[in-house]
Design a protein around this ligand. Structure first.
Ligand code: DMJ
Length: 654
């Protein structure tokens, strides 16, 4: 018999339902009593099972969900750690709010392939080289006064620019990529930033551009393609023979908007930068300057040339990790693929083996090749477990055979240990604030600094970080330690305790005084602080062997962070004073700047005839950023600077 649907009559759907109901009922009545009872019993049984499974399986499922949420919590249980949430500082906080909450985001525009985006004509981070005029700080106070407006701005920005960036995928983890990432990652430049009006640059930034151009002129005229300029003898020096200054300066040129200079330097990289050379390089220095410089330039420019070069040098540095302990050797022959410690020891420097992680981890993320990250993560995990620390403070040396610290008992935040502390925090930030061991070590170390190394000088009661040698405190502080206020402020901005910010404020004042109390207005390499008030004595004493200045960046670096996070103009003014002093005592008329031997003698500061690559890579870059009022000019919620001032993307929000 055909059903009504098959006949296709009008109202077939309803008819068919009635027809089905009727035929079911007929069939049911045809069943025996026993058959009907069995069927009813089965139905009842299934219903009871359903109720049981809801009550006994449903709840554990719920608690399982809660548990995994707990597991994902990033709040570490670290003594003394109070994660302030939201972060303790006013400026720029918008990226931290509701980080995971983007369900309604429209699909992100995919970044264009790197080769399409290459070149300053398509700057992702807009260079402010047009329209030079003074402008007041685009400030947080206005945002505070107009919360509604600020909220509106935030929402607009969220929907236009994913905070995660066009490239930084939400599922990026801190695990080595392994098979997860097959395709190379794209550069981090944020699409939406192209649409933003750049903040015009101000007079001080123009002065930095002028200083950079002057330095670059010297390098171009007398040292092109070589490692360092010798501006007085109008020649150059080689360290690795890899165009160190040129590579270190690439991203600075990009940020300063020097497109002609950048293009010319790019050509040199394309045609002349060859790593297949029988030359010994220092693993740390070539990682932070060359690998770091190439990676950040790749991110800013989107030019795959820089990634190719980064891969090449990264691979050539890998033999350094072939040691009995996997703690890397200090030196690698990048042509031969062999590595070795310095001639006189099998020790490596602690700061050197623990300050290459940001770069190698990023190289893994970009290439999809886990070996880089695995090698450097292993070092950190190993150091995390080592004995010989003093309340989180580490000795300066580590043996590549045994993997143990050596020369125990000496603790400093200066040379040979400095960037260990910096990279604990910065790796934690880079990885999306998930790797608790790093944070734990960082927090412990800062407590160790407070307990063992902090003192106040006389007469001005400047807070400084001294050194500890076998239980004896020394009031000696390297200029290198002046990275610390910036790092502390960065930690506080990322939600760590407010007293880190208070300490940062005290220490940056001290670092400034290391310039202000000296005759040339430039800091010596090392100072000794007076612990006892003596008539006519300043806080800062300088020994003859320590009175040189190498054009180092650390104080300017910290001034940059302090200004970004507080908006206090005094930090810009201090930086401006320092730039004047560099111009007065280190500028060489024929081009370039020189390190000097005597910061205490304004009539003859004794030029050393050397411009370090970090003057262009770091000092002038941080100056430019310090004077900028544009928080999006290398936004600190999107980028983390390596220890050579090369910005690398933060992988994922916390
Ligand atoms: C740079 O190479 C880096 O900042 C490093 O961490 C310390 N020394 C110089 C600058 O002073």
């Amino acid at each position: 018999t055909l059903s009504p649907e098959e006949v296709g009559g009008a109202g077939g759907y309803n008819n068919s339902k009635a027809w089905r109901r009727r035929s079911c009922w007929r069939k049911w009545k045809q069943l025996s009593r026993l058959q009907r009872s069995v069927i009813l019993f089965l139905f009842a049984f299934l219903a009871v099972c359903g109720v049981i499974s809801y009550t006994s399986v449903g709840e554990p499922w719920k608690s399982l969900t809660n548990k995994s949420m707990d597991d994902q919590r990033t709040d570490p249980e670290i003594p003394g750690l109070k994660l302030a949430n939201p972060a303790v500082l006013p400026a720029p906080q918008k990226a931290d709010a509701n980080l995971g909450d983007y369900p309604e985001l429209p699909p992100q525009k995919l970044p264009k392939p790197p080769h399409v985006r290459r070149g300053p004509s398509n700057l992702q981070i807009k260079p402010p080289w047009r329209d030079v005029r003074l402008k007041t700080r685009h400030d947080t106070s206005r945002i505070v006064e107009e919360p509604v407006q600020a909220d509106k701005e935030e929402k607009t920005e969220k929907s236009v620019i994913s905070w995660r960036g066009a490239v930084i995928e939400p599922d990026q983890s801190t695990e080595p990529p392994s098979s997860k990432i097959k395709e190379p990652e794209k550069p981090s430049s944020v699409e939406g930033e192209d649409q933003k009006e750049p903040v015009p640059i101000n007079e001080r930034q123009v002065a930095v551009i002028e200083a950079f151009r002057h330095a670059w002129k010297g390098y171009k005229d007398f040292a092109w393609g070589h490692d360092e300029l010798k501006p007085l003898s109008k020649s150059y020096s080689e360290w690795f023979g890899l165009g160190l200054t040129l590579i270190d300066a690439l991203d600075t040129m990009w940020i300063l908007g020097l497109k002609e200079e950048f293009e010319e330097a790019r050509k040199w990289v394309a045609n002349n930068l060859v790593f297949d050379k029988n030359v010994d390089v220092n693993l740390f220095e070539s990682t932070i300057r060359i690998l770091g410089g190439l990676l950040s330039t790749y991110h800013l420019s989107g030019d795959s040339l820089f990634l190719e070069k980064a891969k090449d040098i990264g691979n050539r540095l890998m033999p350094a990790f072939k040691t009995p302990s996997k703690v890397p050797y200090s030196d690698v022959n990048i042509g031969r693929g062999t590595a070795h410690p310095p001639r006189w020891t099998s020790d490596s420097t602690v700061a050197e083996v623990t300050s290459i992680q940001l770069e190698f981890r990023e190289l893994s993320r970009l290439t999809g090749d886990e070996k880089f990250q695995k090698a450097v993560d292993e070092v950190m995990k190993h150091v995390h477990t080592l004995s010989g620390k003093n309340d989180g403070l580490v000795p300066m040396f580590i043996n590549t055979n045994s993997g143990q610290f050596t020369h125990l008992g000496v603790y400093t935040l200066g040379a040979r240990a400095d960037s260990y502390y910096e990279y604990l925090l910065k790796q934690w930030i880079q990885g999306g604030k998930k790797e608790n061991e790093l944070l734990e070590d960082y927090m412990r170390a800062i407590e160790g600094v407070k307990k063992h190394l902090l003192q106040r000088s006389q007469p001005k009661k400047l807070t400084f970080v001294g050194e500890l040698a076998h239980g004896h405190f020394s009031a000696k502080m390297d200029h290198l330690v002046c990275f610390l206020p910036g790092t502390l402020a960065l930690g506080a901005h990322n939600g760590l305790t407010a007293d880190h910010m208070a300490l940062a404020e005290a220490l940056i004042e001290t670092c400034y005084q290391m310039y202000a109390q000296v005759e040339t207005g430039l800091s010596p390499e090392i100072v000794h602080f007076n612990l006892h008030a003596q008539k006519g004595h300043k806080d800062v004493e300088v020994k003859p062997a320590d009175r040189h200045n190498l054009l180092r960046p650390e104080t300017v670096e910290s001034l940059f962070y302090m200004y970004r996070f507080t908006g206090d103009k005094k930090y810009q003014d201090w930086g401006w004073e320092i730039l004047q002093s560099f111009n007065k005592y280190t500028r060489v008329p024929t081009g370039g700047y020189t390190s000097i031997n005597n910061v205490q003698n304004p009539s003859n500061p004794e030029p050393r005839d050397k411009m370090e690559s970090f003057f262009l890579g770091e000092t002038l870059k941080y100056m430019f950023l310090l004077f900028s009022d544009d928080v999006d000019l290398i936004n600190l919620d999107k980028y983390v600077f390596n220890t050579e001032a090369h910005p690398l993307p933060i992988w994922a929000p916390a």
